[in-house]
Design a protein around this ligand. Structure first.
Ligand code: B1M
Length: 207
């Protein structure tokens, strides 16, 4: 694997060296999407599977997440160097009860790279906060992330609150347990399968 060292930095919880390892890959000319997909994301998937199998526990997942974030910070400027140009304001957050933010941060980076201004509401965001932020910032798009099956109902509740408010915004949803069918079922305007997909969808919304 071309980015084995990046992968192993995460699975080995190597917080001290991950930034340097990622920088070395960039210096070698390794494609940034390979570092992201085959290195950082693939390693987190492995961590997730091993957690499911009871081989790893929450502290290990948390450590791996910190290492991944440190790796992401290094490639962020490169992710921002995209030629996709779209303009608009997006309010984004992870839904109430859900503390996962790595995917959200990745999607935000890509959206910013796509020329959007992104207002980050963070994690565990209650529905009214999305409404208030959309009004305050004049957002065209609201982006909701959920990583737990147990917080998918909070996503549905947030969509319902936003619709009831009658705001002129498009709502997109995403996150590992979320599907296109689920997005349709809860009345979202669109589903982003991954970070690049979220950028394309946001462009469709504002074009
Ligand atoms: Co959590 N966790 N976690 N966790 N965690 C998962 C999600 C889990 C699948 C692990 C497992 O069992 N295999 C599982 C959920 C099972 C389920 O719901 N069916 C799980 C669990 C159970 C839990 C706890 C309940 C564990 C516990 O306490 N017993 C707990 C819940 C806490 C809470 O939120 N209330 C918990 C806690 C944590 C940590 C805090 C330790 C840590 C989070 C740290 C952080 O985010 N700052 C953590 C981690 C790291 C994971 C895994 C290992 C990795 C998640 C991740 O960052 N993936 C995860 C297993 C896995 O996914 N492999 C797991 C990388 C990230 C880039 O992918 O977020 O999917 P992802 O984002 C993607 C797409 O989904 C998409 O784009 C991104 C890039 O392509 N996307 C969007 C995401 N949002 C989008 C929005 C869009 C469009 C696309 O438009 C708006």
């Amino acid at each position: 694997m071309a980015v084995l060292e990046v992968y192993e930095a995460i699975t080995g919880y190597n917080l001290a060296s991950v930034a340097e390892i990622v920088r070395q890959e960039l210096d070698k000319g390794t494609d940034v999407s390979a570092i992201l997909n085959e290195g950082l994301i693939a390693a987190m998937d492995d961590v997730g599977s091993r957690f499911s199998e009871g081989e790893l526990f929450v502290p290990e997942m948390l450590m791996a997440a910190k290492v991944m974030q440190a790796g992401l910070d290094v490639i962020k400027p490169r992710l921002l160097e995209t030629d996709i140009r779209a303009k608009g304001i997006i309010v984004m957050g992870t839904v109430q009860g859900d503390l996962h933010d790595i995917g959200k941060n990745l999607v935000m980076m890509m959206l910013e790279g796509g020329g959007f201004e992104v207002i980050d509401l963070g994690v565990d965001v209650e529905p009214r906060k999305f409404v208030a932020a959309a009004k305050e910032h004049g957002a065209q798009v609201i982006a909701l992330s959920a990583l737990l099956t147990t917080t998918m109902p909070a996503m549905e509740g947030t969509v319902a609150t936003l619709k009831k408010e009658g705001l002129d915004v498009k709502i997109m949803v995403g996150g590992a347990p979320v599907t296109r069918n689920y997005a349709n079922k809860i009345g979202a305007d669109g589903y982003g399968e991954d970070a690049p997909g979220a950028v394309l969808l946001a462009r469709e919304f504002v074009d």
